[in-house]
Design a protein around this ligand. Sequence first.
Ligand SMILES: Cc1cc2nc3c(=O)[nH]c(=O)nc-3n(C[C@H](O)[C@H](O)[C@H](O)COP(=O)(O)OP(=O)(O)OC[C@H]3O[C@@H](n4cnc5c(N)ncnc54)[C@H](O)[C@@H]3O)c2cc1C
Length: 286
Amino acid sequence: MDFLRPTTWQEALAAKADQPEAVPIQGGTDVMVEINFDVRRPVALLDLGTVAELRTWTMEDGTCRVGAAVPYTRIIEELGEALPGLAQASRTVGSPQIRNRGSVGGNLGAASPAGDSHPPLLAAGAVVEVESRDGGVRMIPADEFYLGVKRSALRPDELIRAFHLKPATGPQYFSKVGTRNAMVIAVCSFALALHPEERRVGTGLGSAAPTPRRALEAEDFLSRELDWDSRLDPTLLGRFGELCARAASPIDDVRGTAAYRRHAIAVLARRTLTWAWNDHRGRRAA
Ligand SMILES: Cc1cc2nc3c(=O)[nH]c(=O)nc-3n(C[C@H](O)[C@H](O)[C@H](O)COP(=O)(O)OP(=O)(O)OC[C@H]3O[C@@H](n4cnc5c(N)ncnc54)[C@H](O)[C@@H]3O)c2cc1C
């Protein structure tokens, strides 16, 4: 197996263009497991660990640009205030060791329907920056990035460079059901982002369909019906949960049944909306 070790982004792009079958490795928390269990046997590994710029983030023109390799631990510690939904999801990933090495770039690269970063990226309207030597930069909205089970819009010669997210202007929450409390793949998960200045609601469903996805009908319904200056009507809350569950198309597997997942999505949607609404009302009262 070849082991390619670029030290700059341009070298990394050149290596991927020359050898598109090379498998990028960032934190390695997915790739190494697959190699150890013989799920894949790459002809070449493209180690991005030495491309320093991938581990940096910047805040410019009202947008946060986060390098693909910034690990979950730093998202929690450094970006918790700006990106609260993603930070909350990051806290539920694996263990401290996994959070120290694992990255959102790797989560995007793996494109698992159960990846914990996807629902908050969808809810908050993230854009994924990808690039290839010959095709240049493409900016892919998160809701166009996921194409199928572990399949994304990334082309064979492209690498993920960063993702872009506006800092939160309202409450954001993430909630996950697992078969135990920690070190667990989501049975299903849900993220919510309130955008009060735009009178808009964002959602993200995880582990509830072949790809992470938004509950578009639920978003439209709530954005239209919410009275942002009043209390939260329990009928709205219930209907929102129902519409989120309707957006799911889950499967039965070892972690849970489709029926349970659909039910749980409705519960998570109601729960996160209640938390977010309480925060929203609290901020207005302050
Ligand atoms: C014990 C354990 C617990 C875990 N718990 C969770 C959990 O709770 N929630 C969760 O979501 N995940 C979990 N994971 C999975 C994993 O930690 C995450 O998916 C993590 O985000 C992967 O990041 P990484 O940097 O380690 O990726 P890597 O393993 O380096 O790469 C993952 C994939 O992305 C590709 N890739 C990496 N970087 C790039 C790039 N820049 N451009 C293009 N492709 C790229 C790789 O080729 C590979 O296909 C767990 C894993 C383990 C081993």
